[in-house]
Design a protein around this ligand. Structure first.
Ligand code: GTP
Ligand code: MG
Length: 335
């Protein structure tokens, strides 16, 4: 009996040691990635400032908002104040500069929804998209990152929701479903609405951060290290929250009347925003207000076919989490 007991302990210990090693490996590969990203950003900055000394490069999107999974590709925004050149001229000139700087597959895409230059760095193996003066994306990246620091349940929930959306193919804006950015906003709104709230309304608090873009000021409270206990009164587990998230979007949200708004930590009526009918290509069948560009509905890409798919997927997910004996497998079954 003693021998069995000791060998049991040894097995447990060696399993523990193995998972420590795995964890160590994961942390070091994440660090490797960050180092490589910094290295690429450094060489891009060198190239760009030779041509435009006052230009700046900022990271945005999932490589900087803390909602990214291991994937070393990066999104960069070139901030440049140049009244002589049009945005198109800057984009084309940028592509030339990058081509001369030993980067591979440099390609300007001036007609994309967000015009970009794409490239691949042979030294680090990282691919990169550079857009011009899309500073609101840089600011909303910081807002998302700041919210993530308030309560760890936000990142946990958003990772699961993003993974679910990719598996179920409802994370494709060109097919009328929602962007990852929209899903993260849905998660923030949901955690702001719990009772007691798990997230605060950073844009409704004292201003500690300000940025000006095209003469408009954007501001919010960003001293999030002081808010670490904000959600502590709410003891809901991530499992309960995940079920409640899908249940909300399946059965509780009023698609005909409501717009969700992280900016006010609540909902606004579609009527008040004049989002009750189709205008141009914007259909407003599910309404998610951008926290800074308040006239911008992140649900605008959703059409009468894809709204049906989305709502069925929310119902499927809510039902699986309620009734399925093995929900962690079924929930993520590839579509
Ligand atoms: P994955 O690439 O799926 O991991 O997610 P992501 O966090 O990079 O999100 P996504 O690719 O949807 O968006 C990248 C960034 O672009 C976001 O963090 C936003 O800053 C910005 N963005 C995306 N869509 C919009 C939009 O419609 N309006 C604005 N203002 N910004 C957007
Ligand atoms: Mg992205």
């Amino acid at each position: 009996q003693n021998r069995e007991a000791t060998s049991g302990i040894r097995t447990l210990r060696s399993k523990g040691a193995r998972s420590d090693t795995l964890r160590g490996h994961r942390v070091s590969s994440q660090l490797d990635e960050i180092v490589k990203q910094e290295q690429l950003l450094f060489s891009l900055r060198n190239l760009v400032t030779k041509e435009w000394p006052n230009a700046e490069l900022h990271l945005y999107g999932s490589c900087a908002n803390s909602f990214g999974v291991s994937n070393s590709d990066i999104d960069v925004c070139l901030a440049i104040n140049n009244s002589e050149l049009s945005k198109l001229d800057i984009l084309l000139r940028l592509a030339d500069i990058l081509k001369s700087g030993n980067l591979q597959n440099v390609q300007a895409l001036p007609h994309a929804r967000v015009p970009i230059v794409k490239l691949m760095d042979p030294v680090t193996g990282i691919s990169c998209d550079i857009c011009i003066n899309n500073l609101l994306a840089v600011i909303n990246t910081k807002l998302l990152k700041d919210y993530a620091q308030v309560d760890k349940r936000l990142r946990q929930l958003a990772f699961i929701v993003k993974h679910w959306a990719k598996c179920r193919q409802v994370n494709e804006t060109y097919q009328g479903t929602l962007s990852s950015y929209a899903y993260v906003l849905m998660c923030i709104h949901f955690l702001q609405s719990r009772k007691p709230a798990i997230l605060p309304c950073l844009q409704g608090m004292k201003v500690t951060y300000k940025a000006v873009v095209d003469d408009i000021e954007y501001s919010y409270y960003d001293q999030v290290e002081k808010l670490h206990n904000f959600g502590a009164h709410n003891k809901e587990s991530i499992a309960q929250l995940l079920w409640a998230f899908f249940h909300y979007w399946a059965y509780k949200h009023d698609y005909t009347k409501d717009v969700i708004s992280v900016r006010i930590a609540g909902t606004i009526s579609k009527h008040a925003k004049d989002w009750t009918r189709r205008i141009g290509n914007d259909r407003h069948l599910i309404c998610i207000e951008d926290p800074f560009e308040v006239t911008h509905d992140l649900g605008r890409v959703v059409d009468k076919f894809s709204i049906k798919i989305l709502r069925e997927e929310f119902e499927r997910a809510a039902d699986i989490l309620q009734y399925d004996p093995n929900p962690t497998v079924t929930l993520f079954e590839p579509y």
